[in-house]
Write a protein that binds this ligand. Structure first.
Ligand SMILES: *Cc1c(COP(=O)(O)O)cnc(C)c1O
Length: 458
């Protein structure tokens, strides 16, 4: 996973005496506003499940896919969207990708099988990852998937399979220390030596860390010449894949600035510090970041001129605002820092279901305390129901709008991308939180607005 982040040194010179971080309220999609405003639905789901759970609203993934595709259309280019499946394991997300004409980027036999089983056709898969297993290469060729070849030896292994293989050659970006991709010399050797009959080189791919659209645009532009050269050698090149890393904008600019500019370790339980965070506020983000890639030096025009299809592999960005994670408060302690009281909450799950802690960082969008009631702002940090000192969901003291009490719910917003299930395990023999699928459907009474229904993901 690529989670490169902006780095902020904690500001030790701050003169603030506050023990509470500024509020970091997440942007909300319409389905979340309806859910939080509903006086019963969330409570009914929590009561039925009886433990922590993830919510997914797959229809939002469809909206995100359509918004990326709209950028291809506006720029008059041929484009393809492959969902970076490692960002979330949900079958319902794959299903909605299939329904909206997106493929998937998979990297294991399990991911490939799951993508096929939930409706994505073999031709619409791209198989990435280093040194792929024999089983994965065999299945990928059987199903006609594109294979992003990571090293020259992989081409020999494909040739040995005796079937036709569709491949992209993965490029090691210049001046990169990445362990993935091939150097310029390796690419040249491979292009000259590969027989286009069984191995169809359909193009090139890369995946950059960070979220900079300009870097993606410039590397894509530099690879256009490589595409033309490969065509001249007889390879049926159609596609340039620029990978994922379309940023997600979780928080408003003002909130993010208040957090980063005045960043103070005293906002955190035990004065905990982190070296870096995901950049929770980004402009451009998602489909607008794709537009920035295409607009820079008019990349779109170059792609059009040479009839090159641009492929993207967004993971996190397709899941933007498509899910949240719900825990129940099962313990409340009062502690003090600098003589000021705060709540130390314990919830009924673990940070394995909110992964950012496992990347030495913290998930910063504020959880919503539900039910929403007026009260006095109360700082609170959030610990897990485990015996690990380090298992905290939120080390920072969040300004909750009222004191939390046992039985309240904490709804962590926008967790579908990487937070929910990348790191989950049944540590302590705790059950894995199930995924609850929400959908919007017309009410029986046509005078009423559409309502939310829920089911469990199978
Ligand atoms: C992880 C990954 C992606 C998805 O990255 P996001 O940052 O979630 O968009 C796409 N392509 C490759 C090759 C990856 O490894």
């Amino acid at each position: 996973m690529t989670t490169s982040r902006s780095t902020q040194a904690p500001d030790h010179t701050s003169t603030s005496t506050s023990i509470t971080a500024p509020p970091l309220p997440a942007h909300r999609d319409e389905w979340e506003r309806r859910l939080l405003a509903d006086t019963r639905l969330l409570d009914d789901i929590a009561y039925t499940i009886g433990g922590p759970f993830h919510l997914l609203y797959p229809q939002r993934v469809g909206v995100n896919i359509d918004a990326f595709r709209e950028q291809f259309r506006r720029h008059g280019i041929d484009g393809a969207i492959y969902y970076g499946k490692k960002a979330n394991k949900s079958a319902a997300v794959v299903r909605v990708c299939a329904e909206h004409g997106a493929g998937a980027d998979v990297a294991s036999v399990g991911e490939l099988s799951s993508a096929l089983a939930h409706g994505i056709r073999g031709h619409d898969l791209v198989v990435t990852g280093p040194a792929k297993s024999a089983e994965l290469l065999w299945l990928a060729t059987r199903h006609g998937a594109l294979i992003a070849v990571d090293e020259p030896g992989e081409l020999d292994r494909l040739a040995g399979l005796g079937a036709t293989a569709r491949v992209l050659l993965r490029v090691l970006p210049p001046d990169s220390t990445s362990r993935f991709g091939m150097t310029g010399i390796e690419l040249d050797t491979v292009l000259h030596r590969t027989d286009p009959a069984p191995i169809k080189v359909e193009g090139f791919s890369f995946h950059l860390s960070g979220y900079d659209p300009i870097a993606r645009s410039e590397l894509a532009a530099a690879l256009v010449d490589r595409c033309l050269h490969a065509r001249a050698l007889g390879h049926p090149v159609t596609t340039l894949s620029i990978g994922g890393g379309f940023g997600v904008d979780y928080l408003p600019d003002t909130a993010w600035r208040a957090f980063t500019e005045d960043h103070d370790p005293h906002w955190f339980h035990a004065d905990k510090t982190f070296d870096s965070y995901y950049p929770y506020h980004q402009r451009p983000a998602g489909p607008a970041a794709l537009a920035a890639v295409l607009d820079h030096d008019d990349l779109a025009k170059v792609l059009r001129a040479h009839a090159i299809r641009l492929a993207i592999e967004p993971g996190r960005a397709l899941l933007d605002r498509a899910g949240s994670t719900v825990f129940r408060v099962q313990g409340v302690k009062t502690r003090t820092a600098r003589s000021l009281p705060y709540q130390l909450l314990t919830v009924d799950g673990t940070s394995l279901s909110l992964s950012e802690q496992w990347f030495d960082s913290e998930y910063l969008p504020d959880p919503v305390l539900w039910p929403t009631r007026p009260g006095a702002v109360t700082p609170a940090c959030v610990g897990a129901a485990t015996c690990l000192e380090s298992d905290m969901l939120s080390w920072r003291r969040i300004p909750l709008p009222r004191p939390a009490v046992i039985g309240d719910l904490l709804v962590y917003p926008n967790t579908a991308g990487y937070q929910m299930d990348s790191n989950e395990s049944s540590f302590h023999d705790l059950p894995l939180p199930p995924k609850v699928l929400l959908s919007s459907s017309p009410d029986a009474d046509p005078e009423q607005p559409p309502r939310l229904r829920w089911t469990l993901e199978r």
